[in-house]
Design a protein around this ligand. Structure first.
Ligand SMILES: Cc1cc2nc3c(=O)[nH]c(=O)nc-3n(C[C@H](O)[C@H](O)[C@H](O)COP(=O)(O)O)c2cc1C
Length: 342
């Protein structure tokens, strides 16, 4: 049982800091396996000479602290305004600085502002800090809601925000899977074993159901049942698509690259998977005649941010991309730069 709430979290942190490693390895871990035998107090992960045990401590931090640190969320939530369900049109404003000219930089640049340099591999830096920093700094991230099926037909649904479309010709997507203590993520295993999936988009109307599918449910428990979402048929792959999603992409795996040394550290494999689309499905009322656009007011995408935050789009602006051949004719700064480069 994971302790919850800020006080429990602090208590737990104190326990972790002061316990010998053999105790630490078993305290933070709900998974039944032999505890590490080393007895030195853990202060500095790099000083731990048993690499498996060190990695175990690190990976447990990643896994168990990612989930289960919400504090008294119900109380916090009760003080917040209700979600705005009005579905008013997403406004389009001017872009931030319409008077901007080539070489202007940004008006508010302060040469004196300082940056903190971080070595992600520093011996005293727990990897949970890298996780927190990365998800806070690389944001917003789109969420790919991935439907897969195991070799023997067990259905799976999971949200992934280490996710992106990486090309349109051919339409190609990437999904990143993190290591965790315990078994490999079912989605990752299914992709490796069957090479098939459906990537579904995530809109505001379905976010609680999507979030619920990230539960680390035992193998064989269907996330479709946990979420209450509905299956819709597909034509080129076995897994179903999510009927509630505005846009779904059937796809097949083209490449898998495992990352990290997880084979040695006792955690499940981490890796990235490239997927090539084999079909698109777009909700009829969200698209145009030649199915080349999706209406943002209907899509209402949700993105993942840092911590446990999600973001919605309530306002956009447009900023056209221009061509050098046009711009360099009429703009002195570009003309001068062009001449200097000759
Ligand atoms: C919004 C959201 C995004 C997530 N993104 C990722 C991700 O990109 N990679 C990953 O390994 N886990 C990610 N997770 C965690 C997985 O969804 C979670 O570990 C899930 O239990 C995996 O399910 P599976 O074992 O059925 O594949 C995310 C969770 C949420 C809620």
């Amino acid at each position: 049982m994971l302790h919850r709430g800020p006080a429990a979290a602090i208590r737990r942190a104190v326990i972790l800091k002061s316990q010998p490693l053999h105790a630490k390895c078993s305290i933070v871990d709900n998974i039944q396996r032999p505890a590490c035998s080393m007895s030195s107090t853990v202060r500095n992960y790099a000083s731990i000479s048993n690499p498996n045990c060190a990695k175990e401590a690190l990976s447990d931090q990643t896994t168990n602290q990612i989930v289960g640190n919400a504090g008294n969320f119900e109380q916090t939530q009760s003080t917040r305004p209700d979600f705005d369900h009005s579905k008013k049109s997403i406004e389009v404003t001017k872009h931030p600085n319409p008077d901007w000219q080539y070489s202007d930089g940004i008006g508010s640049y302060e040469a004196a502002s300082r940056h903190v340099e971080v070595d992600p591999y520093a011996s005293d830096r727990p990897m949970i800090n890298n996780y927190r920093l990365l998800i806070a700094g690389i944001a917003p991230r789109p969420i790919g809601f991935v439907s897969t099926m195991s070799k023997d037909g067990v259905k799976n649904l999971a949200p992934m925000s280490y996710f992106q479309v990486v090309d349109h010709d051919p339409p190609t997507f990437v999904i990143g899977f993190s290591a965790r203590s315990g078994r490999i993520k079912d989605t990752y295993r299914n992709l490796k074993e069957t090479g098939e999936c459906v990537i579904n988009t995530v809109s505001e109307h379905m976010i609680e159901a999507v979030n619920a599918t990230s539960l680390d449910a035992p193998y064989g428990v269907s996330e479709w049942d946990i979420s209450g979402l509905h299956e819709a048929p597909t034509t080129t792959v076995r897994p179903s698509r999510v009927a509630e999603s505005i846009f779904s992409v059937e796809g097949k795996v083209t490449d898998i690259k495992e990352v990290g040394n997880h084979a040695e550290d006792g955690t499940s494999a981490a890796g990235i998977v490239l997927i090539q689309a084999t079909r698109f499905w777009v909700r009829e009322d969200a698209t145009n005649a030649d199915v080349s656009n999706i209406n943002l007011d209907t899509l209402r995408p949700v993105a993942q941010l840092g911590g446990m935050s999600y973001g919605r789009i309530t306002s956009t602006f447009e900023l056209p991309r221009k061509r050098w051949s046009d711009e360099s004719q009429k703009n002195k700064v570009l003309k001068d730069l062009h001449n200097i480069s000759k």
